[in-house]
Design a protein around this ligand. Structure first.
Ligand code: HEM
Length: 640
C-alpha cells in the first residue's frame, strides 16, 4: 500500500483503490475535496472557496478521468494522424479535421468516442433488471413536473441544439428487439420494440476492448448548422458572400420531402429547428458585417470567418448564460465566467488581452491548446449525463403576441396547447412555419421545461418514431425511456455507484443516501431490491437529491466540469487561433460584444425582449422577475 494511504486511512474504503493510483500531491488534493464532501459542503462555501474546490476537482478529473479509446485503431488520430500546416488550415474544416496542432485526424467526424472512466466492470446483464421495468416503474411521467421559473423551453431546445453539434453514436445494421416482461407489458405503450445496436468496434487494446464512433464532429464548431462533412456543408451554403441558405420567412428552407435543410436534422422538432434558423441568421449577419469592413474577402473567406465567429458566440452563450441558468448558484456563475474571462474579468481581458495565466484570463485565448495528454473527443459518460429528455413537456403552450406595446410587461395570454408529438419532424416544421419565429420564441420563452427527476420522462417519447441522419422516419417506434437504460448498459457505461467511485465521489450505501423521498425509495427497492450497485446511472441522476439552484445532479455536474473546460481549452480555435488574424478584428469584437442569448434575440428581433421578457436571462421563464445584480463579488461581476 502506498504511503499516502497510511497518511489518510479515513478515505472511504471504496475509494482507496482510486487514491492508490495518485501521486502524493494529488492524494493531498483529493483529501481536501473528500473532507469537504464528508460534510456535503462545497456548495455552501463562500464563492471563492467553492470555486477553489471545483478547481481541485477539475484538476483531479483531468488527471484521472480522461481515457483515449482505440489509440492503435485505424480510425484513431493517434494511429493515422499526421502533421500539417496549421496556417494553411486556419479555419474550421467541414469534418473537424486539422484542429489539433500536430495531428490532422483528432476530433474529426467518425473518430472514437472517448471515456471518462474504464468500461463498467459489473457482472449485471443487459436485462438486469429489465429496461422496460425500470422505465415503467421509475422514469415514466405520472404528471408533468416542471422547473418552475428556472429553465424554459428555449433552454431545453438549446441543450438539444448543442448535443447535435457534438455527439451521436454510429449505429449498426443489426437490430435488437426488446420485449417487456409479461407483468409490466400492460403498462408499456410498446410491449416490444426494435432498434439498431450501437456499432461496437474492437480496439485491440487490453483495457478498453471496444469503442463507439461519433457521427458528428465533437468540436464546438457549429456543425449543427454547418454539417459534419463536405457534403453536409455544401448542402447548407449559398456560395455567395459566405452565407447559408435560409427561407424567405426567416426559418429553415426545406427540401422536396419537407425535411429542413440544415447541418443536422436527426430527431428534430420545431423548437430545435427554430434555434438552427436563428443561428443561420446570425451567421448571415456576421457575413454582412465582415463584408462591410473587409470588402476584399471572397465567399470562402467570409464563410470561414463567419463560421468561427458564430461558433464562438454559441460557445460563449453556453458557457456564461445557459450553464449559469442550469446551475443557478453564485459559485457556478463565478466559475463559468472565470472559464471564459478569468478572475480579472472582461474589462481587463478586453484591455490587455490574455496574460497567459488561465485562472486570471480564462481558458479562451490561451497560447496553446491543452488536452492533458489525451487526444480530444467527447465521451460515453458525457453523452449519458446529457440525456435529459425529461426536460421536454407533453404540450407546447403557444401564446398570443399581438399586443403592439407592453410597457409594464404583461404575460402574453395562452392561445393553444399543441402536443409535442405534433411539433416533431415534418409536421412540426409545417406548424412552425404557420406560427412564425416570433410567436414561437415568445411562447417557448414563457414555458418552463420539465424537471430532471423521477417519474417525469415524457410519455409520448415511450412510443416515438425516430429519424435517421437524413431526417427520414425510421419504420419502428421505440420506447426511449427503456432504450436509454439499454444504451448505457450496451456501451459499458458504469452504473451509478461505480460511476461515482470513478469520479472520486462517495458511493451510496443505502437508498436513503440517494434521496429522502419515501415513495422513490419504495420504488427503487421494488426494482433493484437492496442492491444499490445495480442502480442504473440515468435513474440515479434523476433520483439524486439536487443542490439548491441546480437543475441537474451533482454527479452530472462533475462530468460537465471536466468536459466544459476541455471543449474550450483543447480547441485551437479557442486558444492559439482565437486571434484577429484568424477571426478578423471585427469578428473578435462581435464575440466580445455578445454576452448572452438575449443579445442574439435582440439583434434579430429588436424590441422583442424589451416587450416580452421580464427576467434577466433568455433561458429562464420570461415572466420571472429579474435577478438581483450585485450578488457576486466585484472582481467577478459581469461588466456593465
Ligand atoms: C423532440 C425532441 C427530441 C427527440 C425526438 C429526441 C430523440 C432522440 C433519439 C431518437 C435519440 C437516439 C436514441 C438512441 O437510439 O439511443 C436521442 C439521443 C439523444 N438525445 Fe434526444 N431527442 C430530443 C430532445 C433532446 C433533448 C432536449 C436533449 C437534451 C439534452 C437530448 C439529448 C440526447 C442525447 C444526449 C442523446 C444521445 C446522443 C448519442 O450520444 O448518441 N435530446 N434523442
Amino acid at each position: 500500500m502506498k504511503i499516502s494511504l497510511y497518511l489518510f486511512p479515513f478515505v472511504h474504503p471504496q475509494l482507496q483503490h482510486v487514491v492508490a493510483k495518485m501521486t502524493l500531491f494529488d492524494t493531498l488534493l483529493f483529501y481536501v475535496i473528500h473532507f469537504v464532501d464528508k460534510f456535503g459542503a462545497w456548495h455552501r462555501l463562500p464563492v471563492l472557496l467553492g470555486m477553489f474546490y471545483l478547481g481541485i476537482r477539475r484538476h483531479l478529473h483531468q488527471r484521472y478521468n480522461l481515457f483515449e479509446v482505440g489509440s492503435g485503431h485505424s480510425t484513431s488520430g493517434s494511429a493515422t494522424g499526421r502533421k500539417y500546416d496549421t496556417e494553411e488550415f486556419c479555419y474550421r474544416t467541414a469534418d473537424g479535421k486539422c484542429n489539433h496542432p500536430g495531428n490532422h485526424v483528432i476530433g474529426s467526424q467518425g473518430t472514437f468516442i472517448g471515456r471518462n472512466m474504464p468500461p463498467s466492470t459489473s457482472d449485471y446483464g443487459l436485462l438486469d433488471p429489465h429496461p422496460s421495468v425500470v422505465a415503467t416503474k421509475l422514469l415514466a411521467r405520472k404528471k408533468m413536473i416542471d422547473t418552475g421559473e428556472q429553465f424554459n423551453m428555449i433552454a431545453s431546445s438549446w441543450t438539444q441544439f448543442m448535443i447535435h453539434d457534438w455527439i451521436d453514436h454510429l449505429e449498426d445494421t443489426q437490430q435488437v428487439e426488446l420485449s417487456a416482461p409479461h407483468e409490466i407489458a400492460g403498462a408499456c405503450p410498446l410491449k416490444s420494440f426494435k432498434f439498431f445496436k450501437s456499432k461496437s468496434v474492437s480496439t485491440g487494446e487490453p483495457d478498453v476492448k471496444f469503442g463507439f464512433l461519433n457521427t458528428r464532429t465533437p468540436w464546438w464548431d457549429g456543425s449543427v448548422i454547418y454539417g459534419n462533412d463536405g457534403e453536409g456543408m455544401r448542402k447548407v451554403r449559398t456560395f455567395k458572400d459566405g452565407k447559408l441558405r435560409i427561407g424567405g420567412d426567416g426559418l429553415l428552407e426545406h427540401d422536396d420531402k419537407g425535411i429542413p435543410i440544415s447541418g443536422d436534422v436527426r430527431n428534430c422538432w420545431a423548437g430545435f429547428s427554430l434555434l438552427q434558423a436563428l443561428f443561420v441568421r446570425e451567421h448571415n449577419v456576421v457575413c454582412d458585417m465582415l463584408k462591410e469592413h473587409y470588402s476584399d474577402l471572397n465567399d470562402e473567406k467570409l464563410y470561414r470567418h463567419a463560421r468561427l465567429v458564430t461558433s464562438a458566440v454559441t460557445a460563449k452563450i453556453h458557457t456564461i448564460d445557459w450553464t449559469v441558468e442550469l446551475l443557478k448558484t453564485d459559485t457556478l456563475l463565478g466559475g463559468m465566467r472565470v472559464n471564459w474571462y478569468g478572475l480579472l474579468g472582461k474589462k481587463v481581458k478586453d484591455l490587455f488581452g490574455h496574460i497567459g495565466v488561465p485562472i486570471l484570463s480564462g481558458l479562451v485565448g490561451l497560447r496553446k491548446p491543452k488536452d492533458h495528454g489525451v487526444p480530444y473527443s467527447l465521451t460515453e459518460e458525457f453523452s449519458s449525463v446529457y440525456k435529459m429528455h425529461s426536460l421536454l413537456p407533453d404540450n407546447l403552450i403557444l401564446r398570443h403576441i399581438s399586443k403592439s406595446t407592453n410597457p409594464n410587461y404583461e404575460c402574453p395570454p395562452v392561445s393553444e396547447e399543441v402536443p409535442m408529438t405534433e411539433m416533431a419532424g415534418k409536421v412540426g416544421e409545417r406548424i412552425l412555419s404557420k406560427i412564425g419565429m416570433e410567436q414561437m420564441l415568445v411562447s417557448m420563452g414563457h414555458q418552463a421545461s420539465g424537471a430532471l427527476t423521477l417519474w417525469n420522462y415524457p410519455s409520448w417519447m415511450r412510443n416515438l418514431i425516430p429519424h435517421d441522419i437524413d431526417g427520414e422516419e425510421l419504420p419502428d417506434p421505440v420506447d426511449m425511456a427503456a432504450l436509454e437504460i439499454y444504451r448505457d448498459r450496451e456501451r459499458g457505461v458504469a452504473r451509478y455507484n461505480e460511476f461515482r467511485r470513478n469520479l472520486l465521489m462517495t458511493p451510496i450505501g443505502k437508498w436513503e443516501d440517494l434521496t429522502d423521498d419515501r415513495e422513490a425509495i419504495k420504488a427503487l427497492r421494488e426494482v433493484y431490491g437492496e442492491d444499490v450497485e445495480k442502480l442504473d446511472l440515468i435513474v440515479g441522476l434523476h433520483a439524486e437529491k439536487k443542490i439548491k439552484g441546480f437543475a441537474i445532479s451533482e454527479t452530472a455536474l462533475f462530468i460537465f466540469l471536466l468536459v466544459a473546460s476541455r471543449r474550450l481549452e483543447a480547441d485551437r480555435f479557442f486558444t492559439t487561433n482565437f486571434d484577429p488574424e484568424t477571426y478578423t478584428e471585427k469578428g473578435l469584437e462581435w464575440v466580445s460584444k455578445t454576452e448572452n442569448m438575449k443579445d442574439v434575440i435582440d439583434r434579430h428581433f429588436p424590441g422583442m425582449t424589451a416587450k416580452w421578457m421580464r427576467c434577466s436571462s433568455a433561458f429562464s421563464v420570461w415572466s420571472a422577475p429579474p435577478d438581483k445584480t450585485n450578488y457576486i463579488p466585484l472582481i467577478l461581476r459581469p461588466a456593465t
